[in-house]
Design a binder for this molecule. Structure first.
Ligand code: TYD
Length: 289
């Protein structure tokens, strides 16, 4: 993996990046609703314009200013994220960009240990709040050890799942709601937001079935006695329907950051859609892998 600096066309510049953060809906407080349903800012900067007053969450802009690009992939188990992530990494690399491909839970030695605990079917009776805390423990380590240093070096970070997964699975699937997830994100991740999130929308039944088949095959390959990654795939259809609904709610709330991609076609079709989105948002030359 090379360390070539990003070409100029790819560099948005810090000012524009901050401006985009400030304009993200989650960083605004609607004066009519008084920001009801959103966490209150602990310290705010204020900007006045003719149209509106924008309040900025202190944590949303610091300390995570970066030169690189942070792109996350989200979706139900078995929707084909990993394939698409690798294909997009190939496109970036072909352009001479330095790419880091990583995942959550996991991405660091400590995070991978937490991942085993979280996904192993032998982990019985884990409370939803403990599960939530472990997801964020893995993430906090991942940001410090991998994501933030790579972004500071100007690299492209492609991450398989991030906080949207927690909001969808623990917030929606486990019914904890968005509030504790967003609060922990602010505290433990200092509000680090992806520049772009590709949300791969797929059919609940087909995706989960695909994930179950894949994990069964992996378990057979690994042999008995090894950990498996089936704990979430054992959840009900209703659980995954709640996960999908929570994802769609995030996409509706943050349309500037989250791009919803129909992932029900072939891998090549989905890849073409993703490249088009990335090209539009990040000024990437229109090439597919
Ligand atoms: P992953 O390996 O991406 O599964 P798949 O390849 O099947 O999509 O993710 C592992 C599981 O962890 C997945 O079922 C979703 C779950 N998960 C959460 O419940 N909360 C989270 O915050 C994250 C990151 C993952």
């Amino acid at each position: 993996m090379g360390r070539a600096p990003p070409p100029a066309a790819f560099d948005f510049g810090f000012g524009r990046f901050v401006e985009r953060l400030e304009n993200q809906p989650q960083n605004r407080i609607n004066s009519k609703s008084g920001g009801r349903g959103r966490p209150r800012p602990t310290r705010v900067s204020q900007r006045r314009s003719a149209k509106c007053q924008v309040l900025i969450y202190h944590s949303a802009v610091s300390p995570h200013s970066h030169r690189g690009r942070f792109i996350t992939f989200e979706g139900l188990d078995g929707c084909g994220k990993s394939t698409q992530l690798e294909k997009l990494a190939g496109v970036f690399r072909a352009q001479g960009l330095s790419v880091v491909v990583t995942r959550e839970p996991g991405g660091t030695a400590t995070g991978e240990k937490i991942r085993r605990l979280l996904l192993d079917t032998a982990t019985a009776g884990l409370s939803p709040m403990a599960e939530l805390a472990l997801m964020f423990a893995s993430r906090a380590q991942h940001i410090t050890e991998v994501i933030q240093p790579a972004l500071a070096e100007g690299r492209v970070v492609l991450c398989d799942r991030f906080t949207d997964s927690t909001e969808a699975y623990q917030g929606g699937g486990r019914k904890l709601g968005s509030e504790p997830v967003l609060a922990l994100h602010r505290i433990l991740c200092h509000g680090l937001q992806p520049d772009l999130t590709i949300l791969m929308d797929s059919d609940v039944a087909a995706s989960v079935e695909r994930a179950r088949r894949r994990n069964k095959a992996d378990a057979a390959k690994n042999g008995r006695g090894k950990h498996d990654e089936n704990r979430f795939e054992q959840e009900s259809r209703a659980f995954f329907a709640r996960v999908r609904a929570a994802y769609l709610a995030i996409a509706a709330r943050e349309p500037q950051r989250v791009a919803l991609v129909d992932a029900r076609g072939t891998a090549a079709e989905t890849h073409a859609r993703i490249v088009e989105i990335v090209r539009r948002k990040m000024k990437l030359a229109a090439k597919t892998a």
